[in-house]
Design a protein around this ligand. Structure first.
Ligand code: HEM
Length: 439
């Protein structure tokens, strides 16, 4: 994209909304602070309670917002609303932006990404990719995930057991799994991780020009890599998801090259930019609650519910947005066509109407699975079962092998507002290793 076209896209999508959000946040507007100010998360329970106190549907001049479980759930399932995270505040601005955007720079949240399209196009593409993510298909990845987890832990053990939980384990595991499912060669995995980190920023509403340029460059690098890979797969389709998608696309109902590239980017990005946070958040919570960890070590059947409780209590995706496509009623209020509503998934997951004592972390909580961490409705996370399985195996394997795992310095959070997880998480596999280091 020429610098001028990039500036138009950035200005409409992030620059103008970002300026308005930051100005409102400086004035103390809660909805703006929640969307753009990382310090709003210094006390999540307080932030979530304040957001819920806005009522069933709050709002400011720019946007509406809800943190009530029932309202979030019903908007997600309501066809009066559409999901278009890249949506501009007005339709004509959106059209200018779409005209300026370079097809080679389309990222994982741009149409025709599943996340940004609606039926009938959404049904068609979702149907084509779904069969790789059925419960049966996912169960078939169990041994592969366990083997990958053990391989990564062998490596850190061989290096003396001091490692960064995020870099060396939580990030590597999901990227290796999804890349294997998609048939991406091993030598490209590290490159993918770098691209994901930069591109993940595009989910945040007030992205700076500098971060936008980094994300744009990362998406282009990924696009070039994927185009090459897709061309190879078209010549020799393998026994993997990309091979299947190429074959399906040659069978009447074609996926275009752009549909294939953008949705592969989405599957890769969604596949590892979120699960990394789930695993990191889970380890942090379990180290803070050693009694609950001890219970899980004694009874491994508790891991799946523990994963649900982490998703509820410390949600990796904090919020999403829907835009009213026609004037409609929500919780007794009129929402005008074109108005965006921020849906606070993480805050809804602490709604006391649904979860007893919601600010208490409890891996045995019976209603944990009612959380909205994977969204709901037609955009419900396609990879939810895979993420659940990856996290359960990653945690069970990690703590079975390193039951004395402990932090060696305070972990630090990522500065993104939509995705919520750790950036650095230094740990030692055993107290012995730490003592030896200090001597
Ligand atoms: C802890 C891990 C994960 C979390 C918390 C998560 C969360 C989400 C959320 C909240 C949405 C919907 C956003 C919206 O409604 O606006 C979503 C959609 C999606 N996720 Fe995930 N995700 C995770 C892992 C994965 C994995 C492992 C994959 C694939 C390998 C994946 C693939 C997708 C796809 C393709 C969509 C778009 C679905 C559609 O629009 O039809 N996700 N995810």
């Amino acid at each position: 994209m020429t610098p001028a076209r990039s500036a138009v896209v950035w200005g409409i999508r992030y620059g103008l909304p970002g300026l308005a959000i930051r100005t409102a946040a400086r004035r103390g507007d809660l909805i703006a602070r929640a969307a753009a100010d990382p310090s709003a998360m210094d006390d999540p329970a307080r932030l979530y309670a304040d957001l819920r106190a806005l009522g069933p549907l709050g709002g400011n001049r720019l946007v509406g917002a809800t943190a009530r479980h029932g309202v979030v759930n019903s908007i997600l399932r309501d066809d009066a609303f559409r999901a278009d995270p890249g949506g501009a505040p007005t339709q004509w601005l959106n059209k200018v932006m779409l005209a300026a955007i370079d097809p080679r720079a389309l990222g994982p949240v741009d149409a025709p990404s599943l996340l940004a399209i609606e039926p009938p196009q959404h049904n068609r593409i979702r149907r084509l990719v779904t069969h790789a993510f059925t419960p049966r298909a996912i169960a078939g990845y169990t041994d592969t995930i366990r083997e990958i987890a053990n391989g990564l832990l062998d490596r850190v053990a061989a290096r003396g057991g001091q490692f960064d939980l995020v870099d060396d384990y939580a990030a590597k595991l999901p990227v290796t799994v999804i890349a294997r499912i998609m048939g991406i060669p091993a030598e490209q995995h590290d490159q993918l991780l770098g691209i994901g980190n930069d591109a993940a920023m595009t989910l945040d509403p007030a992205l700076t020009w500098r971060d936008f340029r980094a994300a744009d460059a990362a998406i282009r690098r990924a696009g070039v890599m994927l185009d090459e890979h897709i061309a190879n797969v078209r010549r020799r389709p393998g026994d993997d998801l990309l091979g299947e998608l190429v074959m399906i696309s040659e069978d009447g109902d074609r996926l275009t090259d752009t549909e294939l590239r953008v949705n592969t980017l989405l599957l890769l990005g969604a596949g590892f930019e979120t699960t990394v946070n789930l695993i990191g958040n889970a380890v942090a919570l379990l180290l803070e609650h050693p009694d609950q960890l001890a219970g899980l070590l004694a009874d491994a059947d508790g891991w799946p519910n523990a994963v649900e409780e982490v998703l509820r209590f410390d949600s990796p995706v904090q919020m999403t947005v829907r835009v009213a496509q026609r004037t409609t009623e929500v919780a007794g209020q009129t929402v005008k066509a074109g108005r965006g509503v921020i849906l606070h998934l993480a805050a809804a997951n602490r709604d006391p109407d649904v979860f007893a004592d919601p600010d208490c972390f409890d891996v045995t909580r019976p209603e944990a699975r009612l959380h909205l961490a994977f969204s709901a409705g037609i955009h419900y996370c396609l990879g939810a079962q895979l993420a659940r399985l990856e996290a359960a195996i990653a945690l069970e394997t990690l703590f079975a092998r390193f039951p004395e795992l402990a932090t060696t310095a305070p972990p630090t959070r990522r500065r993104t507002r939509v995705l919520h997880g750790f950036e650095r998480f230094p740990v030692a596999a055993a107290a012995r290793v730490r003592t030896a280091e200090r001597q």
